[in-house]
Design a protein around this ligand. Structure first.
Ligand code: NAP
Length: 487
Protein backbone atom coordinates (compact mmCIF):
# COMPACT_ATOMS: atom_id res chain seq x y z
CA UNK A 1 0.00 0.00 0.00
CA UNK A 2 1.11 3.57 -0.68
CA UNK A 3 2.48 5.62 2.18
CA UNK A 4 0.25 8.30 3.61
CA UNK A 5 1.28 11.96 3.41
CA UNK A 6 3.55 13.45 6.04
CA UNK A 7 1.57 14.11 9.22
CA UNK A 8 1.46 15.25 12.81
CA UNK A 9 -1.12 13.29 14.77
CA UNK A 10 -1.99 14.89 18.08
CA UNK A 11 -3.60 12.27 20.29
CA UNK A 12 -5.64 13.90 23.06
CA UNK A 13 -6.08 11.30 25.80
CA UNK A 14 -2.82 9.68 24.63
CA UNK A 15 -2.36 7.95 27.99
CA UNK A 16 -5.93 6.60 28.11
CA UNK A 17 -7.28 3.10 27.61
CA UNK A 18 -8.36 3.47 23.97
CA UNK A 19 -5.14 5.17 22.89
CA UNK A 20 -2.85 2.65 24.57
CA UNK A 21 -4.84 -0.48 23.82
CA UNK A 22 -6.01 0.26 20.29
CA UNK A 23 -4.78 3.44 18.60
CA UNK A 24 -1.05 3.33 19.31
CA UNK A 25 -0.72 -0.42 18.56
CA UNK A 26 -2.64 0.24 15.31
CA UNK A 27 -0.18 3.01 14.38
CA UNK A 28 2.75 0.73 15.24
CA UNK A 29 1.27 -1.94 12.93
CA UNK A 30 0.96 0.54 10.04
CA UNK A 31 4.53 1.64 10.72
CA UNK A 32 5.65 -1.99 10.40
CA UNK A 33 3.57 -2.35 7.22
CA UNK A 34 5.46 0.63 5.74
CA UNK A 35 2.45 2.98 5.47
CA UNK A 36 3.94 5.78 7.57
CA UNK A 37 6.24 8.28 5.86
CA UNK A 38 9.54 9.52 7.27
CA UNK A 39 7.80 12.59 8.64
CA UNK A 40 4.96 11.14 10.65
CA UNK A 41 4.87 12.19 14.28
CA UNK A 42 2.49 11.06 17.02
CA UNK A 43 2.10 13.44 19.93
CA UNK A 44 0.39 12.01 23.00
CA UNK A 45 -1.37 14.67 25.05
CA UNK A 46 -2.88 14.43 28.55
CA UNK A 47 -2.77 16.21 31.91
CA UNK A 48 -0.53 13.74 33.66
CA UNK A 49 3.07 14.88 34.09
CA UNK A 50 5.40 12.39 32.40
CA UNK A 51 8.53 12.43 30.29
CA UNK A 52 8.70 11.34 26.66
CA UNK A 53 10.66 8.26 27.78
CA UNK A 54 7.93 7.28 30.25
CA UNK A 55 5.29 7.67 27.54
CA UNK A 56 7.34 5.55 25.11
CA UNK A 57 7.73 2.85 27.78
CA UNK A 58 3.95 2.87 28.33
CA UNK A 59 3.28 2.59 24.59
CA UNK A 60 5.78 -0.26 24.24
CA UNK A 61 4.21 -2.21 27.09
CA UNK A 62 0.77 -1.90 25.48
CA UNK A 63 2.04 -2.74 22.00
CA UNK A 64 3.56 -5.95 23.35
CA UNK A 65 0.27 -6.79 25.08
CA UNK A 66 -2.08 -5.88 22.27
CA UNK A 67 -0.35 -6.82 19.03
CA UNK A 68 -0.83 -10.32 17.65
CA UNK A 69 1.82 -12.79 18.66
CA UNK A 70 4.92 -12.72 16.52
CA UNK A 71 4.28 -9.24 15.12
CA UNK A 72 6.06 -7.24 17.80
CA UNK A 73 9.74 -6.56 17.16
CA UNK A 74 11.98 -4.68 19.56
CA UNK A 75 14.06 -3.32 16.66
CA UNK A 76 11.04 -2.07 14.71
CA UNK A 77 9.50 -0.59 17.85
CA UNK A 78 12.69 1.40 18.52
CA UNK A 79 12.33 3.01 15.07
CA UNK A 80 8.59 3.60 15.64
CA UNK A 81 9.34 5.16 19.04
CA UNK A 82 11.25 7.98 17.31
CA UNK A 83 7.88 9.22 16.05
CA UNK A 84 6.47 9.52 19.59
CA UNK A 85 6.31 12.66 21.69
CA UNK A 86 4.40 13.51 24.85
CA UNK A 87 3.05 16.89 25.94
CA UNK A 88 1.26 17.78 29.14
CA UNK A 89 -1.82 19.80 28.22
CA UNK A 90 -5.05 20.27 30.14
CA UNK A 91 -7.64 20.33 27.38
CA UNK A 92 -9.80 22.74 29.36
CA UNK A 93 -7.08 25.38 29.86
CA UNK A 94 -6.50 27.60 26.82
CA UNK A 95 -3.02 28.72 27.90
CA UNK A 96 -1.83 25.08 28.00
CA UNK A 97 -2.21 24.95 24.21
CA UNK A 98 0.79 27.25 23.71
CA UNK A 99 3.08 24.25 24.41
CA UNK A 100 1.37 22.40 21.56
CA UNK A 101 1.58 25.47 19.31
CA UNK A 102 5.32 25.76 20.01
CA UNK A 103 5.82 22.11 19.23
CA UNK A 104 3.95 22.28 15.91
CA UNK A 105 5.27 25.72 14.88
CA UNK A 106 7.91 24.69 12.35
CA UNK A 107 6.44 21.35 11.37
CA UNK A 108 6.93 20.23 7.78
CA UNK A 109 3.88 17.93 7.97
CA UNK A 110 1.27 18.29 5.23
CA UNK A 111 -1.58 16.87 7.33
CA UNK A 112 -2.40 17.68 10.93
CA UNK A 113 -4.76 15.34 12.77
CA UNK A 114 -6.29 15.99 16.18
CA UNK A 115 -7.65 12.72 17.53
CA UNK A 116 -9.94 13.34 20.52
CA UNK A 117 -9.68 10.15 22.55
CA UNK A 118 -11.04 11.79 25.70
CA UNK A 119 -14.43 11.99 27.36
CA UNK A 120 -16.87 13.69 24.94
CA UNK A 121 -17.49 16.59 27.34
CA UNK A 122 -13.98 17.80 26.46
CA UNK A 123 -14.52 17.81 22.68
CA UNK A 124 -15.81 21.35 22.40
CA UNK A 125 -13.23 22.97 24.67
CA UNK A 126 -10.41 21.14 22.84
CA UNK A 127 -11.64 22.38 19.45
CA UNK A 128 -12.19 25.93 20.67
CA UNK A 129 -8.77 26.04 22.34
CA UNK A 130 -7.13 24.69 19.17
CA UNK A 131 -8.76 27.50 17.25
CA UNK A 132 -7.70 30.17 19.75
CA UNK A 133 -4.13 28.86 19.58
CA UNK A 134 -4.35 29.14 15.78
CA UNK A 135 -3.57 25.48 15.31
CA UNK A 136 -6.24 24.65 12.74
CA UNK A 137 -5.32 25.06 9.08
CA UNK A 138 -6.97 23.90 5.86
CA UNK A 139 -5.25 20.52 6.04
CA UNK A 140 -6.20 19.86 9.65
CA UNK A 141 -8.65 17.12 10.64
CA UNK A 142 -10.38 16.27 13.86
CA UNK A 143 -11.43 12.76 14.87
CA UNK A 144 -14.30 12.46 17.35
CA UNK A 145 -14.74 9.25 19.32
CA UNK A 146 -18.16 7.90 20.18
CA UNK A 147 -20.51 8.36 21.95
CA UNK A 148 -21.10 11.87 20.67
CA UNK A 149 -23.47 13.40 23.21
CA UNK A 150 -26.06 11.66 25.36
CA UNK A 151 -29.14 12.82 23.46
CA UNK A 152 -30.07 14.80 20.37
CA UNK A 153 -29.67 18.22 22.00
CA UNK A 154 -26.21 17.52 23.45
CA UNK A 155 -25.03 15.92 20.18
CA UNK A 156 -26.27 18.95 18.25
CA UNK A 157 -24.48 21.28 20.62
CA UNK A 158 -21.18 19.41 20.28
CA UNK A 159 -21.56 19.32 16.50
CA UNK A 160 -22.39 23.02 16.32
CA UNK A 161 -19.42 24.04 18.44
CA UNK A 162 -16.97 21.70 16.71
CA UNK A 163 -18.49 22.88 13.41
CA UNK A 164 -17.79 26.50 14.27
CA UNK A 165 -14.03 25.86 14.07
CA UNK A 166 -13.76 22.86 11.71
CA UNK A 167 -15.48 22.53 8.37
CA UNK A 168 -17.71 19.40 8.08
CA UNK A 169 -15.19 18.01 5.54
CA UNK A 170 -12.54 18.10 8.29
CA UNK A 171 -14.61 16.21 10.88
CA UNK A 172 -14.18 12.43 11.20
CA UNK A 173 -16.81 10.91 13.50
CA UNK A 174 -15.46 7.47 14.07
CA UNK A 175 -17.42 4.24 14.39
CA UNK A 176 -14.81 1.54 14.34
CA UNK A 177 -17.29 -1.15 13.31
CA UNK A 178 -17.37 0.45 9.86
CA UNK A 179 -13.62 -0.12 9.56
CA UNK A 180 -13.90 -3.86 10.03
CA UNK A 181 -12.93 -5.98 7.03
CA UNK A 182 -16.19 -8.01 6.88
CA UNK A 183 -18.25 -4.80 6.84
CA UNK A 184 -16.27 -3.63 3.82
CA UNK A 185 -16.81 -7.07 2.37
CA UNK A 186 -20.53 -6.78 2.92
CA UNK A 187 -20.46 -3.77 0.60
CA UNK A 188 -18.29 -5.72 -1.88
CA UNK A 189 -20.71 -8.63 -1.69
CA UNK A 190 -23.76 -6.47 -2.28
CA UNK A 191 -22.45 -4.06 -4.88
CA UNK A 192 -19.65 -6.06 -6.53
CA UNK A 193 -21.80 -9.10 -7.36
CA UNK A 194 -25.02 -9.40 -9.32
CA UNK A 195 -26.02 -12.45 -7.28
CA UNK A 196 -27.33 -10.95 -4.06
CA UNK A 197 -28.89 -7.63 -4.98
CA UNK A 198 -32.05 -9.09 -6.61
CA UNK A 199 -32.67 -11.07 -3.40
CA UNK A 200 -31.87 -8.18 -1.07
CA UNK A 201 -35.38 -7.01 -0.24
CA UNK A 202 -38.65 -7.86 1.43
CA UNK A 203 -39.41 -10.36 -1.36
CA UNK A 204 -36.68 -12.74 -0.26
CA UNK A 205 -35.37 -11.57 3.12
CA UNK A 206 -37.41 -12.82 6.09
CA UNK A 207 -35.50 -10.98 8.80
CA UNK A 208 -32.13 -9.50 9.66
CA UNK A 209 -30.43 -9.99 13.01
CA UNK A 210 -27.47 -7.98 14.24
CA UNK A 211 -25.77 -9.02 17.47
CA UNK A 212 -22.86 -7.48 19.32
CA UNK A 213 -22.39 -9.61 22.43
CA UNK A 214 -19.65 -9.06 24.98
CA UNK A 215 -18.44 -11.28 27.77
CA UNK A 216 -16.80 -8.44 29.62
CA UNK A 217 -18.60 -6.28 32.14
CA UNK A 218 -18.01 -2.56 32.54
CA UNK A 219 -14.28 -3.06 33.33
CA UNK A 220 -12.84 0.27 34.46
CA UNK A 221 -15.51 2.32 32.70
CA UNK A 222 -18.20 1.90 35.36
CA UNK A 223 -18.74 5.58 35.99
CA UNK A 224 -19.07 6.36 32.26
CA UNK A 225 -21.16 3.28 31.53
CA UNK A 226 -23.67 3.87 34.30
CA UNK A 227 -24.47 7.25 32.76
CA UNK A 228 -24.64 5.84 29.23
CA UNK A 229 -26.01 2.28 29.13
CA UNK A 230 -26.11 -0.14 26.20
CA UNK A 231 -28.47 1.98 24.11
CA UNK A 232 -26.15 5.00 23.99
CA UNK A 233 -22.93 2.98 24.06
CA UNK A 234 -23.76 0.46 21.32
CA UNK A 235 -27.16 0.80 19.64
CA UNK A 236 -27.16 4.49 18.76
CA UNK A 237 -23.87 4.11 16.89
CA UNK A 238 -22.48 0.65 16.06
CA UNK A 239 -25.71 -1.29 15.60
CA UNK A 240 -27.49 1.44 13.64
CA UNK A 241 -24.45 1.93 11.42
CA UNK A 242 -24.36 -1.78 10.61
CA UNK A 243 -28.09 -1.68 9.91
CA UNK A 244 -27.46 1.19 7.47
CA UNK A 245 -24.81 -0.75 5.55
CA UNK A 246 -27.19 -3.70 5.16
CA UNK A 247 -30.28 -1.72 4.29
CA UNK A 248 -29.00 1.17 2.16
CA UNK A 249 -29.75 1.48 -1.55
CA UNK A 250 -26.76 1.04 -3.88
CA UNK A 251 -24.93 4.39 -3.83
CA UNK A 252 -23.93 5.87 -7.18
CA UNK A 253 -20.25 5.63 -6.18
CA UNK A 254 -18.07 4.91 -3.19
CA UNK A 255 -17.60 8.66 -2.62
CA UNK A 256 -18.22 9.75 0.97
CA UNK A 257 -21.39 11.71 0.34
CA UNK A 258 -22.86 9.18 -2.07
CA UNK A 259 -22.58 6.49 0.63
CA UNK A 260 -23.58 8.74 3.50
CA UNK A 261 -26.64 10.06 1.64
CA UNK A 262 -27.90 6.49 1.31
CA UNK A 263 -27.20 5.66 4.96
CA UNK A 264 -29.05 8.80 6.00
CA UNK A 265 -32.12 7.73 4.03
CA UNK A 266 -32.17 4.45 5.97
CA UNK A 267 -31.96 6.25 9.32
CA UNK A 268 -34.73 8.61 8.30
CA UNK A 269 -36.80 5.65 7.12
CA UNK A 270 -36.72 3.89 10.50
CA UNK A 271 -40.26 3.66 11.85
CA UNK A 272 -40.32 5.95 14.91
CA UNK A 273 -41.02 4.21 18.21
CA UNK A 274 -43.94 5.26 20.39
CA UNK A 275 -44.43 4.47 24.09
CA UNK A 276 -46.55 1.53 22.98
CA UNK A 277 -44.11 0.09 20.43
CA UNK A 278 -41.28 0.55 22.92
CA UNK A 279 -43.20 -1.73 25.27
CA UNK A 280 -43.78 -4.38 22.62
CA UNK A 281 -40.65 -4.13 20.49
CA UNK A 282 -37.80 -3.45 22.91
CA UNK A 283 -36.26 -5.42 25.77
CA UNK A 284 -33.78 -3.90 28.19
CA UNK A 285 -31.91 -5.98 30.69
CA UNK A 286 -29.35 -5.77 33.46
CA UNK A 287 -27.11 -8.64 34.52
CA UNK A 288 -27.17 -10.23 37.92
CA UNK A 289 -24.42 -12.43 39.36
CA UNK A 290 -23.61 -15.56 37.41
CA UNK A 291 -20.65 -17.36 35.91
CA UNK A 292 -18.67 -17.17 32.71
CA UNK A 293 -16.37 -20.05 31.78
CA UNK A 294 -16.95 -21.47 35.25
CA UNK A 295 -15.71 -18.28 36.91
CA UNK A 296 -18.13 -16.44 39.22
CA UNK A 297 -19.15 -12.99 38.02
CA UNK A 298 -20.63 -10.26 40.22
CA UNK A 299 -23.82 -8.43 39.35
CA UNK A 300 -23.80 -5.10 37.49
CA UNK A 301 -24.80 -3.11 40.57
CA UNK A 302 -21.85 -4.55 42.51
CA UNK A 303 -19.32 -3.36 39.90
CA UNK A 304 -16.99 -0.48 40.72
CA UNK A 305 -18.47 2.93 39.95
CA UNK A 306 -22.08 1.66 39.67
CA UNK A 307 -24.83 2.90 41.92
CA UNK A 308 -26.47 0.06 43.87
CA UNK A 309 -29.93 1.24 42.73
CA UNK A 310 -28.89 1.69 39.08
CA UNK A 311 -31.51 1.07 36.40
CA UNK A 312 -28.98 1.37 33.58
CA UNK A 313 -29.44 -1.26 30.87
CA UNK A 314 -26.53 -3.58 30.12
CA UNK A 315 -28.58 -5.40 27.48
CA UNK A 316 -30.87 -4.26 24.67
CA UNK A 317 -32.80 -6.27 22.11
CA UNK A 318 -35.22 -4.54 19.80
CA UNK A 319 -37.12 -4.86 16.59
CA UNK A 320 -36.65 -2.02 14.13
CA UNK A 321 -38.55 -1.55 10.90
CA UNK A 322 -37.80 0.54 7.86
CA UNK A 323 -40.54 2.35 6.02
CA UNK A 324 -39.61 1.99 2.37
CA UNK A 325 -40.42 -0.18 -0.64
CA UNK A 326 -37.41 -2.41 -0.21
CA UNK A 327 -37.81 -3.24 3.47
CA UNK A 328 -41.39 -2.61 4.52
CA UNK A 329 -42.48 -5.38 6.91
CA UNK A 330 -39.00 -6.93 7.34
CA UNK A 331 -37.94 -6.99 10.99
CA UNK A 332 -34.39 -5.87 11.77
CA UNK A 333 -33.58 -7.33 15.18
CA UNK A 334 -30.75 -5.60 17.03
CA UNK A 335 -29.18 -7.02 20.16
CA UNK A 336 -26.25 -6.12 22.36
CA UNK A 337 -25.24 -6.89 25.91
CA UNK A 338 -22.52 -7.24 28.47
CA UNK A 339 -21.67 -10.39 30.40
CA UNK A 340 -23.27 -12.60 27.79
CA UNK A 341 -22.30 -16.18 27.14
CA UNK A 342 -20.00 -15.49 24.23
CA UNK A 343 -18.10 -12.67 22.58
CA UNK A 344 -19.57 -12.41 19.14
CA UNK A 345 -20.46 -9.70 16.64
CA UNK A 346 -22.40 -10.88 13.63
CA UNK A 347 -25.01 -10.03 11.09
CA UNK A 348 -27.43 -12.75 10.05
CA UNK A 349 -29.60 -12.38 6.96
CA UNK A 350 -32.36 -14.99 7.01
CA UNK A 351 -33.82 -15.58 3.56
CA UNK A 352 -37.33 -16.90 3.01
CA UNK A 353 -38.02 -20.55 2.40
CA UNK A 354 -38.57 -21.95 -1.08
CA UNK A 355 -42.27 -21.60 -1.91
CA UNK A 356 -42.72 -25.34 -2.47
CA UNK A 357 -40.46 -28.26 -1.70
CA UNK A 358 -40.29 -31.30 -3.95
CA UNK A 359 -38.12 -33.25 -1.49
CA UNK A 360 -39.03 -35.41 1.48
CA UNK A 361 -39.07 -33.13 4.53
CA UNK A 362 -35.56 -33.23 6.05
CA UNK A 363 -35.00 -33.48 9.79
CA UNK A 364 -35.68 -29.99 11.11
CA UNK A 365 -37.52 -29.04 7.89
CA UNK A 366 -36.23 -27.19 4.85
CA UNK A 367 -34.39 -24.13 6.06
CA UNK A 368 -34.25 -20.83 4.27
CA UNK A 369 -30.80 -19.76 3.15
CA UNK A 370 -28.85 -17.85 5.71
CA UNK A 371 -25.95 -15.48 5.22
CA UNK A 372 -23.78 -14.84 8.27
CA UNK A 373 -21.27 -12.04 8.31
CA UNK A 374 -19.13 -12.50 11.37
CA UNK A 375 -17.08 -9.57 12.63
CA UNK A 376 -15.94 -11.14 15.90
CA UNK A 377 -14.29 -13.36 17.12
CA UNK A 378 -13.29 -14.36 13.56
CA UNK A 379 -13.80 -12.24 10.47
CA UNK A 380 -15.62 -14.50 8.07
CA UNK A 381 -18.61 -14.89 5.86
CA UNK A 382 -20.77 -18.02 5.69
CA UNK A 383 -23.61 -18.83 3.34
CA UNK A 384 -25.87 -21.71 4.35
CA UNK A 385 -27.44 -23.65 1.50
CA UNK A 386 -29.51 -26.82 1.45
CA UNK A 387 -27.57 -29.71 -0.13
CA UNK A 388 -28.20 -33.42 -0.63
CA UNK A 389 -26.62 -35.75 1.89
CA UNK A 390 -24.58 -38.52 0.21
CA UNK A 391 -26.54 -41.78 -0.09
CA UNK A 392 -29.57 -43.26 -1.80
CA UNK A 393 -32.17 -41.01 -0.29
CA UNK A 394 -32.86 -37.48 -1.46
CA UNK A 395 -32.24 -36.17 2.05
CA UNK A 396 -31.36 -32.48 2.31
CA UNK A 397 -29.21 -30.87 4.96
CA UNK A 398 -27.95 -27.29 5.45
CA UNK A 399 -24.25 -26.92 4.56
CA UNK A 400 -22.15 -23.79 4.67
CA UNK A 401 -19.91 -22.11 2.14
CA UNK A 402 -17.22 -20.40 4.18
CA UNK A 403 -15.19 -17.43 3.13
CA UNK A 404 -12.31 -17.10 5.52
CA UNK A 405 -10.62 -13.86 4.48
CA UNK A 406 -7.20 -14.60 5.93
CA UNK A 407 -7.18 -18.04 4.24
CA UNK A 408 -8.35 -16.65 0.86
CA UNK A 409 -6.06 -13.67 0.66
CA UNK A 410 -3.14 -15.04 2.69
CA UNK A 411 -2.86 -11.66 4.34
CA UNK A 412 -3.26 -10.55 7.87
CA UNK A 413 -6.59 -8.64 7.98
CA UNK A 414 -6.16 -4.99 8.91
CA UNK A 415 -7.58 -4.00 12.27
CA UNK A 416 -10.43 -1.48 12.02
CA UNK A 417 -8.47 1.28 13.76
CA UNK A 418 -5.48 0.75 11.43
CA UNK A 419 -7.66 1.31 8.39
CA UNK A 420 -9.57 4.23 9.87
CA UNK A 421 -6.47 6.05 11.10
CA UNK A 422 -4.91 5.77 7.63
CA UNK A 423 -8.19 6.93 6.07
CA UNK A 424 -8.12 10.05 8.25
CA UNK A 425 -4.59 10.92 7.15
CA UNK A 426 -5.53 10.19 3.52
CA UNK A 427 -8.63 12.38 3.85
CA UNK A 428 -11.09 9.56 3.05
CA UNK A 429 -14.41 10.26 4.76
CA UNK A 430 -16.51 7.37 3.43
CA UNK A 431 -16.34 5.31 6.61
CA UNK A 432 -17.06 8.20 8.97
CA UNK A 433 -20.44 9.50 10.07
CA UNK A 434 -21.79 12.78 8.81
CA UNK A 435 -23.48 15.22 11.15
CA UNK A 436 -26.98 14.63 9.76
CA UNK A 437 -26.59 10.85 10.19
CA UNK A 438 -25.81 11.36 13.83
CA UNK A 439 -28.84 13.61 14.28
CA UNK A 440 -31.10 11.07 12.59
CA UNK A 441 -29.76 8.25 14.78
CA UNK A 442 -30.40 10.26 17.96
CA UNK A 443 -33.87 11.25 16.74
CA UNK A 444 -34.78 7.56 16.47
CA UNK A 445 -33.15 6.46 19.72
CA UNK A 446 -34.34 9.28 21.96
CA UNK A 447 -38.04 8.29 22.20
CA UNK A 448 -36.95 4.81 23.29
CA UNK A 449 -34.78 6.24 26.07
CA UNK A 450 -37.60 8.63 27.07
CA UNK A 451 -40.16 5.82 27.21
CA UNK A 452 -37.86 3.71 29.36
CA UNK A 453 -37.18 6.64 31.67
CA UNK A 454 -40.82 7.41 32.21
CA UNK A 455 -41.80 3.78 32.73
CA UNK A 456 -42.05 2.18 36.18
CA UNK A 457 -40.69 -1.03 34.75
CA UNK A 458 -37.10 -1.85 35.62
CA UNK A 459 -34.69 -3.52 33.20
CA UNK A 460 -35.24 -7.28 33.12
CA UNK A 461 -32.69 -9.18 35.13
CA UNK A 462 -30.55 -11.82 33.39
CA UNK A 463 -27.86 -14.13 34.68
CA UNK A 464 -24.31 -13.20 33.75
CA UNK A 465 -23.12 -15.85 31.30
CA UNK A 466 -26.56 -16.33 29.69
CA UNK A 467 -27.83 -14.86 26.40
CA UNK A 468 -29.88 -12.17 28.14
CA UNK A 469 -33.47 -12.00 29.38
CA UNK A 470 -35.96 -14.59 28.10
CA UNK A 471 -38.03 -11.71 26.71
CA UNK A 472 -35.35 -11.23 24.02
CA UNK A 473 -36.06 -14.73 22.68
CA UNK A 474 -39.80 -14.16 22.95
CA UNK A 475 -39.44 -11.00 20.81
CA UNK A 476 -38.36 -13.17 17.85
CA UNK A 477 -40.41 -16.25 18.71
CA UNK A 478 -43.60 -14.18 18.33
CA UNK A 479 -42.78 -13.91 14.64
CA UNK A 480 -41.54 -17.45 14.19
CA UNK A 481 -37.85 -16.60 14.33
CA UNK A 482 -35.02 -17.23 16.77
CA UNK A 483 -31.53 -15.95 17.53
CA UNK A 484 -28.65 -17.86 15.90
CA UNK A 485 -27.64 -19.73 19.07
CA UNK A 486 -31.21 -21.02 19.43
CA UNK A 487 -31.62 -22.33 15.89
P1 NAP B 1 -9.77 6.95 29.58
O1 NAP B 1 -9.01 5.67 29.72
O2 NAP B 1 -10.47 7.50 30.77
O3 NAP B 1 -8.72 8.03 29.05
C1 NAP B 1 -9.00 9.39 29.02
C2 NAP B 1 -7.76 10.12 28.57
O4 NAP B 1 -8.05 11.50 28.53
C3 NAP B 1 -6.56 9.96 29.50
O5 NAP B 1 -5.38 9.95 28.74
C4 NAP B 1 -6.62 11.22 30.36
O6 NAP B 1 -5.35 11.50 30.89
C5 NAP B 1 -7.07 12.22 29.31
N1 NAP B 1 -7.72 13.40 29.87
C6 NAP B 1 -8.73 13.46 30.76
N2 NAP B 1 -9.04 14.73 31.04
C7 NAP B 1 -8.20 15.50 30.31
C8 NAP B 1 -8.02 16.88 30.17
N3 NAP B 1 -8.76 17.76 30.85
N4 NAP B 1 -7.07 17.31 29.32
C9 NAP B 1 -6.30 16.43 28.61
N5 NAP B 1 -6.43 15.13 28.70
C10 NAP B 1 -7.37 14.66 29.54
O7 NAP B 1 -10.85 6.87 28.41
P2 NAP B 1 -10.87 5.88 27.16
O8 NAP B 1 -11.50 4.62 27.57
O9 NAP B 1 -9.51 5.85 26.54
O10 NAP B 1 -11.90 6.60 26.19
C11 NAP B 1 -11.58 7.75 25.44
C12 NAP B 1 -12.73 8.08 24.49
O11 NAP B 1 -12.89 7.00 23.58
C13 NAP B 1 -14.08 8.24 25.18
O12 NAP B 1 -14.84 9.19 24.47
C14 NAP B 1 -14.72 6.86 25.03
O13 NAP B 1 -16.12 6.91 25.07
C15 NAP B 1 -14.21 6.48 23.65
N6 NAP B 1 -14.15 5.05 23.41
C16 NAP B 1 -13.38 4.25 24.23
C17 NAP B 1 -13.31 2.89 23.97
C18 NAP B 1 -12.45 1.99 24.80
O14 NAP B 1 -12.38 0.79 24.48
N7 NAP B 1 -11.77 2.47 25.82
C19 NAP B 1 -14.03 2.34 22.89
C20 NAP B 1 -14.78 3.19 22.08
C21 NAP B 1 -14.83 4.53 22.36
P3 NAP B 1 -5.15 12.48 32.16
O15 NAP B 1 -6.10 12.02 33.20
O16 NAP B 1 -3.72 12.31 32.50
O17 NAP B 1 -5.44 13.83 31.68
Amino acid sequence: MQQVESFDLVLFGGSGDLALRKLLPALYSRHVAGDLPAHGRIIGVARQEQTREQFVAQVKEHCILNIEKGLFSETLFNVFAKRLEYLRVDAGIASDFSALADFLKDSAAKVRVFYLSTAPDLFTSICENLSVANLIHSNSRVVLEKPLGRDLASAQEINARVGSVFDESQIYRIDHYLGKEPVQNLMALRFGNALFEPLWSRSWVRDVQITIAERVGVEKRGDFYDRAGAMRDMVQNHLLQLLCIIAMEPPSSIDPDAVRDEKLKVLRGLVPMTAETVRGSTVRGQYRAGAIDGQPVISYVQEEGISSSSNTETFVALKAEINNWRWSGVPFYLRTGKRLQDRVAEIVINFRNVPHSIFPPPKGGIQGNRLIIQLQPEEELKLYLMAKEPGNEMQLKPVSLNLDFSEQFKQRPMDAYERLLMDVIRGKLTLFMRRDELDAAWRWVEPILDAWNSSDEKPKSYTAGSWGPAAASALLAREGSSWPEES
